[in-house]
Design a protein around this ligand. Structure first.
Ligand SMILES: Nc1nc2c(ncn2[C@@H]2O[C@H](COP(=O)(O)OP(=O)(O)OP(=O)(O)O)[C@@H](O)[C@H]2O)c(=O)[nH]1
Ligand SMILES: [Mg+2]
Length: 229
């Protein structure tokens, strides 16, 4: 599979184009994984696009989103891999998801117990495909705006997170949580972890905004004719 495009949806841009042409920038690959419909696309869109998408469709293969942030005076690029939750849309992509990954975001839906109870399988998959187990990982419970329908308590989620050595964030891609932008804070926390953890330095290619989807070839998708991976 080709490398993902270097420049995608982002709410942050450089203002000085001379800076872009003369600098390199560290790029961090972050995969966002979890059951279908937990809100992976909405969370990544919200962080990179700034808003809650009106409408989403099941992710097929992977969508790339990217955002530059400044940490302690250094501009770094977070490349978010918004992965497919549905088995048939992700099966053949799994090795690509995990290759050279720098951080993992596990997402569950606080209104769906199955998405929480399935987390051990996602961790197992991750463990199976990543050689180094010390990369930053975080757990995100999404859809906290649906307060009357919460099926996973903070306590049990925290216990699970503690057991697996991950910080837990409960949030909503839809609503503003607390006073500030909670989603922003979650990804920036991860960015700080990455900044002081490990890195990959590659030249920056472009500052144009774009958005690209890679479709996955899967025999079970009888009507999906195009494959670009
Ligand atoms: N109320 C509420 N709905 C949400 C939230 N996040 C996502 N949704 C809704 O949940 C549904 C699924 O969201 P997606 O972001 O497409 O889910 P996904 O995890 O990317 O799903 P797959 O791509 O199939 O794996 C959509 O109808 C969203 O509008 C949230 O924070 N609150
Ligand atoms: Mg999706």
């Amino acid at each position: 599979m080709e490398s993902p495009p270097s420049s995608l949806e982002s709410s942050t841009q450089y203002s000085d184009s001379s800076f872009i042409s003369s600098q390199t920038i560290r790029i961090f690959k972050i995969i966002v994984i979890g059951e279908k419909n937990v809100g992976k696309t909405c969370l990544t869109f919200r962080f990179c696009g700034g808003s809650f998408p009106e409408r989403t469709e099941a992710t097929i293969g992977v969508d790339f989103r990217e955002r530059s942030v400044e940490i302690e005076g250094e501009r770094i690029k977070l490349q978010l891999w918004d992965t497919a939750g549905q088995e048939r849309f992700r099966r053949s992509m799994i090795p690509h998801y995990y290759r050279n990954v720098h951080a993992v975001v596990f997402v569950y839906d606080v209104t769906r117990r199955d998405s929480f109870l399935g987390l051990p399988l996602w961790l197992e998959e991750c463990q199976h495909h990543i050689a180094t187990q010390d990369i930053p990982r975080i757990l995100v419970g999404n859809k906290c705006d649906l307060q009357d329908n919460i099926k996973v308590t903070t306590q049990e989620a925290q216990q699970f997170a503690d057991t697996h050595g991950m910080p837990l964030f409960e949030t909503s891609a839809k609503a503003l949580m607390n006073s500030g932008d909670h989603i922003e804070a979650i990804f920036l926390t991860l960015a700080h972890k990455l900044y002081s953890h490990r890195s990959m330095t590659v030249p920056t290619l472009s500052h144009q905004q774009a958005h690209t989807t890679i479709f996955v070839k899967d025999e079970s998708l009888s009507n999906e004719g195009n494959c670009y991976c």
